[in-house]
Write a new protein. Structure first.
Lengths: 311, 239
């Protein structure tokens, strides 16, 4: 805790400072990155710390996003309670998914999560009259107000994203040192042994799915609130793969890795698309190189070489 | 001996497909005893103890622990009742430090991460002589040290029944004599069930010995009785 708390608080302080100095464009990018990094941190609870590989996390992101969005459009809720509904929706949904999907392990678990996620995507399309299907719907600027603050204003949006990001970052930092978090890591390392030390591994895995799904859902709800759009594309396969990529790049099983990975990926696409139309080729090559030479991700390297204490 | 039985089995059996790995075993382990379980390779020793601690379910029969029928309880609940099992094939958390490995064993009993956790982990590590390696990554330890770590994890659980599956495999002679000393100390407040091939360890430690062959108990008695038992000699020498 001696070294890691200053590091993580330092990152937050840096992000606060950047708000005042970044040019408009990068300011907007960073707000988006913080929300998506929150999504990645949620993913990391399951994948990085518990060793559960999900291929369907978009369903949790979408559960939060639509839980929030539909509460606004269908129930005329104001944005604060609607955001709460988004979190509640993803919490209940991840509990249900956990109860069903955790009956499987390994590859079967990956397939089951993938299929559930596709089901959610198709369900969104099926109820197109309510969800507006592929097209999605806009959360009006007039609705995106909380306590007199306009959430569509860049500065307020930035700080709202930072608040969510900070809460989750510090929450996970606490979790991975708490007894529960240690057991999740034990399950990742050797589930059979964890069981034979007396831990109910199934229950712990269920808790991991619920925490992971709820944080991912909170990110989805926040995305809808802050950027004013709710759409079915967020429930599609790419949005299940992104958090996996971000976490792998940044370093699975590190608290800070998901943020680093998300930031890296955003700017990799951003910068390479400024150079060539074939930017996906550049991105692909970089990803291949990273998986060849940095299997534990960027923060994984930092941990191996310089900072063994990195949580 | 009039002592209370900590653990009993009745008609305990397990078959894998057509293979009867353990059949109709009636077994009683009095509290406070060190019992050695021996038998030729493939006699069903590991299968038998795995049914005791719940790693594999019994095909039929019952397991009673502290007077409670635990036959259908999942492993983690039996462990919580006070059993500990150290694996025959070393099973540790290879990427975590030695300290963290034992901390996970202690934490289950203590709940919160406290100062007491620190003390108890250090005590367990000191008892097996690994205290100076607390910060090493467990997977980097030499094989013999990993075996000792397994034992330290078992000690950290402070079990009522400690089941050791071939604990001295891969230990040096010096480490084996320390191990014998350690188990003697432990047995003052823990019942020990020991699967062991090293006959010197068995003779030095066991109060009584149970001999398993082809999934059945063929003999049970004091080390001297077992030593003189013709059925045991036949099982080992193939006579």
């Amino acid at each position: 805790m001696k070294k890691s708390l200053p590091l993580h608080l330092g990152l937050i302080a840096l992000l606060i400072a950047l708000q005042f100095i970044l040019p408009v464009y990068h300011h907007g990018v960073l707000a988006r990155v913080m929300v998506m990094a929150t999504y990645a941190m949620g993913y990391n609870i399951m994948f990085g710390y518990t060793g559960l590989l999900s291929l369907g996390h978009a369903m949790f992101f979408a559960a939060g996003m639509y839980g929030m969005g539909l509460s606004v459009t269908q129930l005329d809720m104001s944005i604060g309670p609607a955001f709460g509904m988004g979190i509640l929706a993803s919490l209940l949904f991840s509990l249900l998914v956990g109860l069903l999907a955790l009956r499987t392990i390994g590859v079967a678990f990956m397939i089951v999560t993938l299929m559930f996620s596709q089901t959610i995507f198709l369900t969104i399309l099926y109820f197109g009259s309510v969800t507006r299907g592929d097209e999605g719907f806009v959360i009006q600027q007039s609705v995106r107000q909380i306590a007199g603050l306009d959430l569509s204003d860049p500065t307020i949006r930035y700080f709202a994203a930072l608040t969510l990001f900070t809460t989750v970052l510090l929450g996970i930092l606490w979790l991975v040192r708490a007894p529960t978090g240690r057991v999740l890591i034990a399950i990742r390392e050797n589930e059979e042994r964890a069981k034979m030390l007396g831990y109910d591994t199934w229950r712990h895995k269920l808790a991991a799915v619920v925490m992971s799904g709820t944080v991912s859902g909170a990110a989805g709800a926040a995305y809808g609130v802050l950027f004013g759009y709710v759409g079915a594309s967020f429930a599609q396969v790419p949005y299940s793969i992104f958090p996996l990529l971000w976490v792998l790049l940044g370093g699975a099983g590190t608290v800070i890795g998901p943020f680093i990975g998300t930031l890296f990926m955003f700017y990799l696409i951003d910068l390479s698309s400024g150079i060539t139309d074939a930017y996906m080729l550049v991105v692909g090559v970089v990803l291949v190189l990273l998986t060849m030479f940095a299997r534990n991700g960027l923060m994984g390297i930092v941990r191996e070489r310089w900072a063994k204490w990195l949580p | 001996m009039a002592a209370v039985n900590l653990l009993s089995t009745r008609d305990l059996s397990r078959n894998f497909g057509g293979l009867q790995a353990v059949q109709n075993v009636d077994f009683d382990l009095p509290q406070g005893e060190i019992r050695a379980l021996i038998g030729p390779n493939g006699a069903g020793k590991t299968t038998f103890v795995s049914m005791l601690c719940g790693r594999i379910p019994a095909s039929s029969g019952t397991v009673t622990f502290q007077g409670q029928d635990v036959t259908t309880l999942p492993a983690h609940k039996r462990i919580s009742l006070g059993m500990a099992y150290t694996f025959q094939i070393t099973s540790i958390f290879g990427n975590l430090t030695v300290f963290e490995n034992v901390a996970l064993a202690v934490q289950h009993r203590l709940g919160r991460a406290t100062k007491q956790l620190q003390t108890e982990v250090t005590t367990a590590l000191t008892r097996v002589g690994l205290d100076r390696r607390a910060d090493q990554v467990a997977g980097d330890l030499a094989y013999g040290h990993q075996r000792l770590l397994e034992i330290a994890m078992g000690l950290g659980q402070e079990p009522k029944l400690l089941i050791l599956d071939e604990p001295t495999q891969g230990l040096s002679d010096g480490e084996i004599s320390e191990f014998i000393q350690l188990i003697r100390e432990v047995s003052s407040n823990t019942t020990v069930l020991l699967i062991e091939h090293n006959i010197n360890v068995v003779m030095a430690l066991a109060d009584r010995i149970t001999v398993l062959n082809f999934g059945e108990i063929i003999a049970e008695g004091t080390p001297d009785e077992i030593h003189a038992n013709p059925a045991v000699q036949a099982a080992y020498l193939g006579g």
